[in-house]
Write a new protein. Structure first.
Length: 106
């Protein structure tokens, strides 16, 4: 049985997703903390934005692997789901911060 090098690497690709899962957990935790404690909402927005950018950079890496005919089926869908949830939380935090800022001006 001959194992292709790329397929061998893809068998251990879940190790590359551990930081993505950690970033997702940070976004969720900071989002809920930002909604509970309004004074850290700005920091929560920064963490969420940086995490979204990091997850997007992983998407570029998946694109490189896709050019090499790697089997990316489940990885791409997981990345898109996590990225979409992170982006939604980022947008909700931004709207909440803007609404708080507008209410404080009145």
């Amino acid at each position: 049985m001959v194992i292709d090098r790329l397929n061998d690497v893809m068998n251990y690709f879940y190790f590359a997703f551990i930081p993505i899962y950690a970033l997702f957990a940070l976004v969720v935790i900071f989002s809920f903390m930002g909604f509970v404690k309004k004074e850290i909402l700005k920091y929560s927005l920064v963490v969420s934005g940086a995490s979204c950018l990091s997850i997007i950079s992983m998407g570029y890496f998946l694109g490189v692997l896709g050019d090499n005919q790697a089997d990316l089926g489940i990885w791409t869908s997981q990345l898109l789901i996590l990225l979409s949830i992170c982006c939604v939380l980022f947008i909700v935090q931004a709207i909440k911060l803007i609404s708080i800022h507008i209410k404080s001006k009145k």
